[in-house]
Design a protein around this ligand. Structure first.
Ligand code: G6P
Length: 362
């Protein structure tokens, strides 16, 4: 049938979509680039970002994890306060809303009911809304004031991969555009740096055998797995844990490295896999310290570090990219390791039990 043709030679959509990420990033670069190499963005969106005194990012699932990275990017690059909220919680526990807020909805499908519920409410309150979505013309796109397209192409596998990296790429571009419009000087060119990211992604998608070995060694018999990171790496750990849960049904949790000792470390037993991610110099030593603490209690450590920070016994070294964009690269091995873990456990990779690609009920 048609879906077989679309999958081409790939056994699963998820693997195809993981592999497509370098192309998606290059596509985003070309769609957001003016002829003079500057950022191409709707003037109304630029103005709405400038006018906002605070940004509220609303999303669910993997898109929420992209929103956590988005907060970091917009605050660090554009110097504007941002809060990221889980869509299904927002209306039950509404934060104080600033005088001139801008709401940013991040949604692959543009159809998530939890996110739409918030959009309808904030529009009623008279606020501006921008939707970042892979489906322009979707409900969230039509009902918001503005849309930014993630240009990732259709994502079929239930577990989101390319939409997540595409969302973060667009958020980085948006953050820099806002900073420039506000007159903030910087030497970070997101379009150039994203091109480096695309190549780094390719290097990693070419290392599938290594990822399969890691999945086999660490995840073939375990019942749980922990992901630890600090700062921006922590957000990627949340996404890595979600991927593993979704498709392999291994109980997984992402933790801030320093928080382990306040509870989770009680779960560490002989052989418990702990994946640690270190892409930022300022957290490299402290996350390695956390890993040593769990190793002393029997954990099997899998250290993933970025080039320049690696030590000789690290399991995987990521090609160097700009610190701001490291999540786009560090997530690739986590996606692939989850994929192979699910495969080894005979799980239905593209259609995991109990999950839907887009959840249109609250
Ligand atoms: C569902 C999917 C997740 C996705 C979430 C949000 O739960 O299974 O993969 O992250 O919805 O979807 P959205 O389309 O709003 O990004």
């Amino acid at each position: 049938d048609a879906s077989d043709i679309e999958k081409g030679t790939y056994p699963h959509y998820m693997l195809k979509e993981i592999d497509e990420q370098p192309f998606v990033i290059r596509n985003i670069i070309s769609k957001y680039k003016e002829e003079d190499e500057s950022i191409k963005l709707d003037e109304d969106i630029r103005q709405a970002m400038l006018d906002a005194d605070r940004i509220y990012i609303i999303a669910a699932g993997t898109s929420y994890h992209a929103g956590l990275v988005g907060k970091q990017l917009i605050e660090k690059i554009a110097n504007k306060p941002v809060e990221t909220h889980i869509a299904s919680e927002f209306l039950y526990n509404m934060p104080l809303i600033s005088e001139n807020p801008l709401f940013i909805f991040i949604s692959q499908s543009g159809e998530t009911a939890d996110s739409r519920g918030v959009l309808v409410n904030v529009k009623e309150m008279g606020h501006n809304a921008l939707t970042i979505t892979n489906v322009p013309g979707s409900t969230l796109s039509r009902e918001a004031d503005f849309t930014l397209h993630t240009y990732a192409g259709p994502e079929i596998a239930v577990a989101s991969t390319k939409a997540y990296t595409a969302q973060m790429a667009v958020l980085a571009i948006l953050a820099v555009d806002t900073a420039k419009a506000a007159g903030i000087q910087m030497d970070f060119d997101p379009l150039q740096e994203l091109a480096i990211v695309a190549s780094a992604m390719e290097t990693l998608t070419d290392q599938k055998e290594q990822m399969e070995v890691i999945a086999r060694e660490y995840l073939s018999v375990t019942r749980n797995c922990f992901f630890i990171g600090r700062a921006i790496d922590y957000f990627v750990c949340l996404e890595g844990a979600l991927k593993l849960k979704e498709i392999s049904y291994i109980q997984a949790e992402g933790f801030a490295g320093g928080e382990l000792k306040h509870g989770t470390i009680a779960l560490i037993e002989e052989g418990t896999p702990v994946v640690a991610v270190a892409t930022q110099e300022h957290v490299n030593l402290s996350i390695r310290g956390n890993l040593k603490e769990v190793v002393a209690r029997g954990a099997s450590p899998c250290m993933i570090s970025m080039e320049g920070l690696q030590e000789s016994d690290d399991q995987l070294v990521l090609p160097k990219v700009h610190d701001y964009l490291s999540p786009l690269v560090s997530v690739i091995p986590l996606q692939l390791i989850s994929y192979y873990a699910a495969l080894h456990r005979d799980c239905d990779v593209d259609k995991p039990r109990n999950l839907a690609k887009s959840v249109t009920v609250e």
